[in-house]
Design a protein around this ligand. Structure first.
Ligand SMILES: [Zn+2]
Ligand SMILES: [Zn+2]
Length: 295
């Protein structure tokens, strides 16, 4: 046991294509991911102490292994004197989440001031001038949304590249649009999902980092994956040529497997995708590609 987690599971901190991701993810037990570069939290898990400072939370769906921390987080922030967090969640889940917050507030006889904002697929919000959060469709057993973080750049138009600052300023004051907007997809996360997600949200293939569940691995568990609308490792292998991502972080592994079994299964992924895969497990964040022979 590590803390109150089963052997070999628990807190993970890794870097994927330059992005730090820290958290816990065990299917059916607890999931949350801190993204310090974006100052955002994906999922609440059980809302441990060190996620209290996060004021933007992207909740993908209402299963309690992802959402249990909702009222606790709101209550603790209130107690600590922090302003209410901004919580995004699927539109269909908002009334129940709001009702849960209302009952918790009544039980505690306090007002958290917290509300849940519907995340509607296709829409986006600007988190910072240079950071956009886009809501993606989800594919799971309950209403689910995914999230895509993109860097926003304003790039000078190509034909103006040789001009001086003064010349550009003159054009701009004359009403000429001198730059255009570019979005660079940095991290995509669809929450719990079945393989239908790849058709519903092809954006997943193009983000620099794809954080995606892979609850099931063993050949015997294919039907189970289908029944519970989760990804099986075969679904990843079948799409090996489609992933343009620099890093693919596989997460939400079922407790049915020991960490060694997970690593062994990932090593069977086709070359080309195997060396970009990082398991979200409490181990050194090394790619699982073939181990070089000893010198
Ligand atoms: Zn889950
Ligand atoms: Zn779920």
């Amino acid at each position: 046991m590590a803390g109150d987690y089963p052997a070999g599971r628990g807190r993970v901190k890794l870097e994927a294509a330059g992005l730090e991701i820290e958290g816990v993810s065990i299917a059916g037990h607890e999931s949350f991911y801190k993204l310090p570069a974006f100052r955002c939290l994906l999922e609440f898990g059980r809302a441990p102490d060190d996620v209290l400072g996060y004021a933007t939370i992207c909740l993908t769906h209402g299963h309690l292994d992802h959402a249990a921390g909702l009222a606790h987080h709101a209550s603790r922030r209130r107690l600590t004197g922090l302003p209410p967090a901004r919580v995004f969640a699927p539109e269909e889940a908002v009334p129940d989440l709001e009702a849960w917050l209302a009952i918790s507030q009544r039980l505690e006889s306090v007002d958290y001031g917290a509300h849940v904002t519907p995340a509607v697929p296709g829409k986006h919000v600007l988190l910072r001038r240079d950071l956009q959060l886009t809501f993606l469709p989800g594919r799971h057993r309950v209403p689910t949304v995914g999230y895509l973080f993109s860097e926003v750049r304003h790039k000078l138009d190509e034909e103006l590249e040789g001009l001086s600052g003064q010349e550009i300023a003159a054009l701009r004051s004359g009403g000429r649009q001198v730059s255009h907007r570019e979005e660079i997809p940095l991290l995509a996360y669809p929450g719990d999902c079945g393989p239908e997600i790849f058709d519903a949200a092809p954006e997943l293939f193009r983000a620099r980092v794809l954080l995606i569940e892979c609850s099931f691995l063993a050949p015997d568990d294919r039907d189970r994956a289908k029944e519970y609308a989760h990804i099986h490792l075969d679904d990843i292998a079948a799409r090996a040529s489609l992933f343009e991502n620099e890093a693919i972080v596989l997460t939400h592994f079922s407790l049915r497997y020991r960490p060694e079994e997970i690593l062994a299964a990932l090593e069977m992924l086709p070359a080309g995708v195997c060396d970009r895969v990082i398991p979200f497990l409490p181990l050194p964040a090394a790619p699982v590609g073939p181990v070089p022979p000893p010198a």
